[in-house]
Design a protein around this ligand. Sequence first.
Ligand code: ZN
Length: 375
Amino acid sequence: MSRTLNLSKELIAKESITPKDEGCQDLLIHHLEKLGFEIEKMPHGEVQNFYAKKGSTSPLIVFAGHTDVVPPGPIDKWLSSPFEPTIKENILYGRGAADMKTSLAAFVVSIEEFISENPNHKGAIGLLITSDEEGVATDGTVKVVEALQERQEKIDYCIVGEPTSSKKFGDTVKNGRRGSLSAKLTVKGIQGHIAYPELIKNPIHEVAPAIDDLVNTIWDEGNEYFPKTSYQVSNINGGTGATNVVPGHVEVLFNFRYSSSVTAEILKERVEAILNKHKLEFLIEWQHSGQPYLTEKGMLVDIVSSSIEEVCGAKPTISTTGGTSDGRFIARLCDQVVEFGPINESIHKINEHIDIGCIDKLKDIYKLALKKALA
Ligand SMILES: [Zn+2]
Protein backbone atom coordinates (compact mmCIF):
# COMPACT_ATOMS: atom_id res chain seq x y z
CA MET A 1 0.00 0.00 0.00
CA SER A 2 1.09 3.60 -0.61
CA ARG A 3 2.99 5.02 2.33
CA THR A 4 1.29 8.38 1.85
CA LEU A 5 -2.11 6.71 2.00
CA ASN A 6 -1.08 4.74 5.07
CA LEU A 7 0.09 7.80 6.95
CA SER A 8 -3.05 9.72 5.88
CA LYS A 9 -5.20 6.97 7.39
CA GLU A 10 -3.21 6.96 10.63
CA LEU A 11 -3.74 10.73 10.92
CA ILE A 12 -7.46 10.61 10.11
CA ALA A 13 -7.95 7.97 12.83
CA LYS A 14 -6.93 10.55 15.47
CA GLU A 15 -9.91 12.66 16.60
CA SER A 16 -8.12 15.99 16.43
CA ILE A 17 -11.14 18.29 16.55
CA THR A 18 -9.86 21.86 16.73
CA PRO A 19 -7.81 22.86 18.72
CA LYS A 20 -6.94 19.28 19.76
CA ASP A 21 -4.02 17.49 18.16
CA GLU A 22 -4.50 14.00 19.68
CA GLY A 23 -1.01 12.78 18.81
CA CYS A 24 -0.99 13.73 15.12
CA GLN A 25 2.08 15.91 15.59
CA ASP A 26 3.97 13.22 17.53
CA LEU A 27 3.35 10.87 14.64
CA LEU A 28 4.75 13.40 12.14
CA ILE A 29 7.67 14.17 14.47
CA HIS A 30 8.47 10.46 14.76
CA HIS A 31 9.02 10.33 10.98
CA LEU A 32 10.92 13.62 10.84
CA GLU A 33 13.32 12.71 13.66
CA LYS A 34 14.34 9.60 11.75
CA LEU A 35 15.31 11.90 8.86
CA GLY A 36 17.48 14.05 11.12
CA PHE A 37 15.14 17.02 11.57
CA GLU A 38 15.55 19.22 14.61
CA ILE A 39 12.18 19.57 16.29
CA GLU A 40 11.02 22.53 18.32
CA LYS A 41 7.67 22.10 20.03
CA MET A 42 5.93 25.44 20.59
CA PRO A 43 2.66 24.80 22.45
CA HIS A 44 0.46 27.76 23.40
CA GLY A 45 -2.45 27.19 25.77
CA GLU A 46 -4.41 24.21 24.47
CA VAL A 47 -2.77 24.42 21.06
CA GLN A 48 0.07 22.21 19.85
CA ASN A 49 2.55 23.64 17.35
CA PHE A 50 5.93 22.57 16.12
CA TYR A 51 8.66 23.88 13.87
CA ALA A 52 11.06 21.35 12.37
CA LYS A 53 14.12 22.00 10.30
CA LYS A 54 16.87 20.08 8.58
CA GLY A 55 19.86 21.98 7.24
CA SER A 56 20.98 25.55 7.80
CA THR A 57 21.90 26.90 4.38
CA SER A 58 19.58 28.75 2.04
CA PRO A 59 17.22 28.46 0.36
CA LEU A 60 14.94 27.27 3.15
CA ILE A 61 11.68 25.78 1.92
CA VAL A 62 8.97 25.22 4.53
CA PHE A 63 5.79 23.17 4.35
CA ALA A 64 3.01 24.58 6.52
CA GLY A 65 -0.23 23.02 7.65
CA HIS A 66 -2.60 22.06 10.42
CA THR A 67 -3.46 18.82 12.23
CA ASP A 68 -6.83 20.04 13.58
CA VAL A 69 -10.11 19.36 11.81
CA VAL A 70 -13.60 20.82 12.08
CA PRO A 71 -16.21 18.83 14.05
CA PRO A 72 -17.84 16.02 12.05
CA GLY A 73 -21.44 17.16 12.54
CA PRO A 74 -24.16 14.47 12.92
CA ILE A 75 -22.21 11.19 12.83
CA ASP A 76 -25.21 9.12 11.72
CA LYS A 77 -25.28 11.06 8.46
CA TRP A 78 -21.78 9.81 7.55
CA LEU A 79 -21.47 6.71 5.31
CA SER A 80 -18.72 5.51 7.67
CA SER A 81 -17.46 6.84 10.98
CA PRO A 82 -15.59 10.16 10.37
CA PHE A 83 -12.56 9.01 12.37
CA GLU A 84 -12.38 5.51 10.86
CA PRO A 85 -10.66 6.08 7.54
CA THR A 86 -12.64 4.05 5.01
CA ILE A 87 -11.95 3.34 1.35
CA LYS A 88 -14.88 2.67 -0.99
CA GLU A 89 -14.40 2.54 -4.75
CA ASN A 90 -11.03 4.28 -4.58
CA ILE A 91 -12.34 7.13 -2.45
CA LEU A 92 -10.95 7.65 1.04
CA TYR A 93 -13.56 8.97 3.49
CA GLY A 94 -12.90 10.60 6.86
CA ARG A 95 -12.74 13.98 8.55
CA GLY A 96 -9.52 15.62 7.38
CA ALA A 97 -9.27 13.49 4.20
CA ALA A 98 -9.08 16.70 2.15
CA ASP A 99 -8.49 19.40 4.80
CA MET A 100 -5.67 18.55 5.33
CA LYS A 101 -4.33 15.29 6.76
CA THR A 102 -3.47 13.88 3.33
CA SER A 103 -1.39 17.00 2.67
CA LEU A 104 0.49 16.42 5.94
CA ALA A 105 1.18 12.82 4.95
CA ALA A 106 2.26 13.98 1.49
CA PHE A 107 4.67 16.52 3.07
CA VAL A 108 6.41 13.85 5.14
CA VAL A 109 6.62 11.15 2.47
CA SER A 110 7.76 13.63 -0.20
CA ILE A 111 10.57 14.76 2.12
CA GLU A 112 11.58 11.15 2.91
CA GLU A 113 11.75 10.26 -0.77
CA PHE A 114 13.44 13.50 -1.81
CA ILE A 115 16.19 13.10 0.80
CA SER A 116 16.85 9.47 -0.08
CA GLU A 117 16.99 10.31 -3.80
CA ASN A 118 19.03 13.52 -3.34
CA PRO A 119 21.21 12.98 -0.26
CA ASN A 120 23.53 15.87 -1.18
CA HIS A 121 20.87 18.48 -1.87
CA LYS A 122 21.51 22.14 -1.13
CA GLY A 123 19.49 24.39 1.18
CA ALA A 124 17.23 23.41 4.06
CA ILE A 125 13.75 21.97 4.60
CA GLY A 126 11.31 23.01 7.33
CA LEU A 127 7.82 22.26 8.59
CA LEU A 128 5.50 24.59 10.50
CA ILE A 129 2.55 22.66 11.89
CA THR A 130 -0.28 23.82 14.17
CA SER A 131 -3.48 22.42 15.71
CA ASP A 132 -5.22 25.81 15.64
CA GLU A 133 -6.13 26.69 12.08
CA GLU A 134 -9.82 25.76 12.00
CA GLY A 135 -10.59 27.54 15.28
CA VAL A 136 -9.78 31.07 16.38
CA ALA A 137 -6.20 30.77 15.06
CA THR A 138 -4.74 32.93 17.83
CA ASP A 139 -2.35 30.40 19.42
CA GLY A 140 -1.25 28.61 16.29
CA THR A 141 0.80 29.66 13.27
CA VAL A 142 0.73 33.30 14.32
CA LYS A 143 2.58 32.45 17.57
CA VAL A 144 5.22 30.36 15.81
CA VAL A 145 5.70 33.13 13.24
CA GLU A 146 6.19 35.68 16.04
CA ALA A 147 8.85 33.46 17.67
CA LEU A 148 10.62 32.97 14.34
CA GLN A 149 10.47 36.69 13.59
CA GLU A 150 12.03 37.44 16.95
CA ARG A 151 15.09 35.38 16.13
CA GLN A 152 15.13 36.64 12.54
CA GLU A 153 14.57 33.29 10.90
CA LYS A 154 14.30 33.83 7.17
CA ILE A 155 12.08 31.51 5.15
CA ASP A 156 12.67 31.70 1.40
CA TYR A 157 9.73 29.64 0.19
CA CYS A 158 6.63 28.32 1.92
CA ILE A 159 4.11 25.84 0.56
CA VAL A 160 0.85 25.67 2.53
CA GLY A 161 -1.01 22.38 2.04
CA GLU A 162 -4.56 23.81 2.09
CA PRO A 163 -7.03 22.16 -0.28
CA THR A 164 -6.93 24.66 -3.17
CA SER A 165 -7.96 22.43 -6.07
CA SER A 166 -11.44 23.25 -7.28
CA LYS A 167 -13.09 20.93 -9.85
CA LYS A 168 -10.11 18.82 -10.82
CA PHE A 169 -7.06 17.90 -8.77
CA GLY A 170 -4.25 20.30 -9.67
CA ASP A 171 -6.44 22.96 -11.30
CA THR A 172 -5.81 25.81 -8.80
CA VAL A 173 -2.92 27.25 -6.83
CA LYS A 174 -3.37 30.19 -4.46
CA ASN A 175 -0.76 32.91 -4.44
CA GLY A 176 -2.53 35.12 -1.92
CA ARG A 177 -5.74 35.71 -0.03
CA ARG A 178 -7.99 38.71 0.39
CA GLY A 179 -8.11 40.59 3.65
CA SER A 180 -11.12 40.36 5.96
CA LEU A 181 -12.48 43.29 7.98
CA SER A 182 -15.71 43.03 9.99
CA ALA A 183 -17.73 45.62 11.89
CA LYS A 184 -20.59 45.86 14.32
CA LEU A 185 -22.42 49.13 13.73
CA THR A 186 -24.96 50.39 16.28
CA VAL A 187 -27.12 53.30 15.16
CA LYS A 188 -29.05 55.14 17.84
CA GLY A 189 -32.55 56.55 17.56
CA ILE A 190 -35.31 57.45 20.01
CA GLN A 191 -37.67 54.67 21.07
CA GLY A 192 -41.38 55.41 21.20
CA HIS A 193 -44.95 54.70 20.14
CA ILE A 194 -45.22 54.14 16.40
CA ALA A 195 -48.32 56.38 16.28
CA TYR A 196 -46.39 59.47 17.44
CA PRO A 197 -43.67 59.92 14.78
CA GLU A 198 -42.95 63.46 15.97
CA LEU A 199 -41.72 62.07 19.32
CA ILE A 200 -39.41 59.37 17.98
CA LYS A 201 -36.37 58.90 15.78
CA ASN A 202 -36.48 55.64 13.84
CA PRO A 203 -32.93 54.22 13.67
CA ILE A 204 -33.95 51.68 10.98
CA HIS A 205 -35.08 54.50 8.70
CA GLU A 206 -31.94 56.45 9.55
CA VAL A 207 -29.54 53.63 8.68
CA ALA A 208 -31.30 52.38 5.52
CA PRO A 209 -30.01 55.07 3.11
CA ALA A 210 -26.51 54.75 4.58
CA ILE A 211 -26.53 50.98 3.92
CA ASP A 212 -27.68 51.68 0.38
CA ASP A 213 -24.78 54.10 -0.01
CA LEU A 214 -22.27 51.56 1.38
CA VAL A 215 -23.61 48.81 -0.91
CA ASN A 216 -23.27 51.04 -3.97
CA THR A 217 -19.82 52.38 -3.17
CA ILE A 218 -16.99 51.18 -5.38
CA TRP A 219 -14.17 50.55 -2.93
CA ASP A 220 -11.57 49.74 -5.57
CA GLU A 221 -11.28 48.11 -8.96
CA GLY A 222 -9.22 45.16 -7.72
CA ASN A 223 -5.95 44.48 -9.54
CA GLU A 224 -4.14 41.87 -11.59
CA TYR A 225 -4.30 39.40 -8.71
CA PHE A 226 -7.39 40.34 -6.70
CA PRO A 227 -11.08 40.83 -7.55
CA LYS A 228 -12.77 44.09 -6.49
CA THR A 229 -13.21 44.61 -2.74
CA SER A 230 -16.66 43.43 -1.68
CA TYR A 231 -18.89 44.82 1.06
CA GLN A 232 -21.60 42.53 2.47
CA VAL A 233 -24.12 43.01 5.28
CA SER A 234 -24.51 39.76 7.24
CA ASN A 235 -27.03 40.72 9.99
CA ILE A 236 -29.46 43.50 10.82
CA ASN A 237 -31.10 43.43 14.24
CA GLY A 238 -33.59 46.03 15.44
CA GLY A 239 -36.99 46.08 17.03
CA THR A 240 -38.62 45.10 20.30
CA GLY A 241 -40.91 42.46 18.78
CA ALA A 242 -43.98 44.67 19.23
CA THR A 243 -45.55 46.11 16.08
CA ASN A 244 -46.36 49.44 17.70
CA VAL A 245 -42.90 50.32 19.03
CA VAL A 246 -40.08 52.00 17.16
CA PRO A 247 -36.78 50.68 18.60
CA GLY A 248 -34.14 52.83 20.24
CA HIS A 249 -31.31 51.38 18.19
CA VAL A 250 -30.46 49.06 15.31
CA GLU A 251 -27.42 46.86 14.93
CA VAL A 252 -25.83 46.09 11.57
CA LEU A 253 -23.03 43.55 11.07
CA PHE A 254 -21.00 43.70 7.89
CA ASN A 255 -17.76 42.46 6.39
CA PHE A 256 -15.28 43.47 3.73
CA ARG A 257 -13.26 40.96 1.72
CA TYR A 258 -10.66 43.33 0.43
CA SER A 259 -7.95 43.41 -2.19
CA SER A 260 -4.38 44.62 -1.86
CA SER A 261 -5.43 47.88 -3.57
CA VAL A 262 -6.88 49.25 -0.30
CA THR A 263 -6.04 48.92 3.39
CA ALA A 264 -8.20 48.27 6.42
CA GLU A 265 -7.46 51.83 7.60
CA ILE A 266 -8.72 53.36 4.35
CA LEU A 267 -11.89 51.25 4.45
CA LYS A 268 -12.60 52.28 8.04
CA GLU A 269 -12.15 55.97 7.24
CA ARG A 270 -14.37 55.80 4.19
CA VAL A 271 -17.15 53.94 6.03
CA GLU A 272 -17.11 56.41 8.88
CA ALA A 273 -17.22 59.32 6.42
CA ILE A 274 -20.34 57.84 4.78
CA LEU A 275 -22.03 57.33 8.17
CA ASN A 276 -21.22 60.91 9.13
CA LYS A 277 -22.53 62.21 5.80
CA HIS A 278 -25.88 60.62 6.70
CA LYS A 279 -25.71 62.37 10.09
CA LEU A 280 -26.09 59.14 12.02
CA GLU A 281 -25.53 58.86 15.73
CA PHE A 282 -23.50 55.68 15.80
CA LEU A 283 -20.97 53.45 17.49
CA ILE A 284 -18.76 51.16 15.45
CA GLU A 285 -16.60 48.25 16.61
CA TRP A 286 -14.11 46.97 14.06
CA GLN A 287 -12.57 43.53 13.95
CA HIS A 288 -9.69 42.99 11.57
CA SER A 289 -9.40 39.23 11.12
CA GLY A 290 -7.01 39.03 8.22
CA GLN A 291 -4.49 41.13 6.37
CA PRO A 292 -4.37 40.33 2.64
CA TYR A 293 -1.23 38.73 1.35
CA LEU A 294 0.13 38.29 -2.12
CA THR A 295 3.01 36.41 -3.69
CA GLU A 296 3.62 37.89 -7.10
CA LYS A 297 4.43 35.55 -9.94
CA GLY A 298 8.03 34.44 -9.59
CA MET A 299 10.22 31.59 -8.45
CA LEU A 300 7.85 29.69 -6.11
CA VAL A 301 4.72 30.16 -8.22
CA ASP A 302 6.73 28.83 -11.18
CA ILE A 303 8.12 25.88 -9.21
CA VAL A 304 4.72 24.79 -7.92
CA SER A 305 2.88 25.38 -11.23
CA SER A 306 5.42 23.48 -13.30
CA SER A 307 5.49 20.60 -10.79
CA ILE A 308 1.70 20.34 -11.05
CA GLU A 309 1.85 20.48 -14.83
CA GLU A 310 4.40 17.65 -14.91
CA VAL A 311 2.30 15.41 -12.65
CA CYS A 312 -1.24 16.34 -13.75
CA GLY A 313 -0.65 17.28 -17.38
CA ALA A 314 -2.13 20.78 -17.24
CA LYS A 315 -1.15 24.20 -15.90
CA PRO A 316 -3.07 25.37 -12.81
CA THR A 317 -4.94 28.65 -12.47
CA ILE A 318 -3.28 31.11 -10.08
CA SER A 319 -5.94 32.56 -7.78
CA THR A 320 -6.52 34.57 -4.59
CA THR A 321 -10.17 33.61 -3.98
CA GLY A 322 -11.65 31.90 -0.93
CA GLY A 323 -11.47 32.57 2.80
CA THR A 324 -8.42 33.54 4.81
CA SER A 325 -5.66 31.02 5.60
CA ASP A 326 -2.54 30.79 7.75
CA GLY A 327 -0.63 31.99 4.68
CA ARG A 328 -1.46 35.52 5.92
CA PHE A 329 0.75 35.01 9.00
CA ILE A 330 3.61 33.25 7.23
CA ALA A 331 3.76 36.03 4.64
CA ARG A 332 5.13 38.25 7.44
CA LEU A 333 8.46 36.43 7.32
CA CYS A 334 8.44 34.88 3.89
CA ASP A 335 8.07 36.75 0.57
CA GLN A 336 6.97 33.72 -1.37
CA VAL A 337 4.01 31.77 0.00
CA VAL A 338 1.97 29.52 -2.25
CA GLU A 339 -0.91 27.24 -1.27
CA PHE A 340 -1.61 23.97 -2.99
CA GLY A 341 -3.53 20.85 -2.00
CA PRO A 342 -6.49 18.51 -2.65
CA ILE A 343 -9.93 19.29 -4.10
CA ASN A 344 -11.90 21.41 -1.62
CA GLU A 345 -15.42 20.46 -2.72
CA SER A 346 -16.09 18.16 0.31
CA ILE A 347 -14.16 20.00 3.03
CA HIS A 348 -16.00 20.72 6.29
CA LYS A 349 -18.93 18.63 4.96
CA ILE A 350 -20.44 15.28 5.93
CA ASN A 351 -18.53 12.47 4.12
CA GLU A 352 -15.38 14.51 3.50
CA HIS A 353 -13.27 12.53 1.04
CA ILE A 354 -10.43 12.37 -1.43
CA ASP A 355 -9.84 10.27 -4.52
CA ILE A 356 -6.96 8.01 -3.47
CA GLY A 357 -5.33 8.49 -6.88
CA CYS A 358 -4.66 12.11 -5.87
CA ILE A 359 -2.81 11.29 -2.66
CA ASP A 360 0.42 10.09 -4.27
CA LYS A 361 0.11 12.69 -7.02
CA LEU A 362 0.11 15.31 -4.29
CA LYS A 363 3.22 13.71 -2.73
CA ASP A 364 4.90 13.66 -6.16
CA ILE A 365 4.12 17.35 -6.74
CA TYR A 366 5.60 18.32 -3.36
CA LYS A 367 8.66 16.16 -4.07
CA LEU A 368 9.16 17.75 -7.49
CA ALA A 369 8.87 21.20 -5.92
CA LEU A 370 11.61 20.23 -3.42
CA LYS A 371 13.75 18.99 -6.27
CA LYS A 372 13.30 22.18 -8.29
CA ALA A 373 14.09 24.34 -5.26
CA LEU A 374 16.92 22.34 -3.70
CA ALA A 375 18.44 19.72 -6.02
ZN1 ZN B 1 -7.44 23.65 6.18
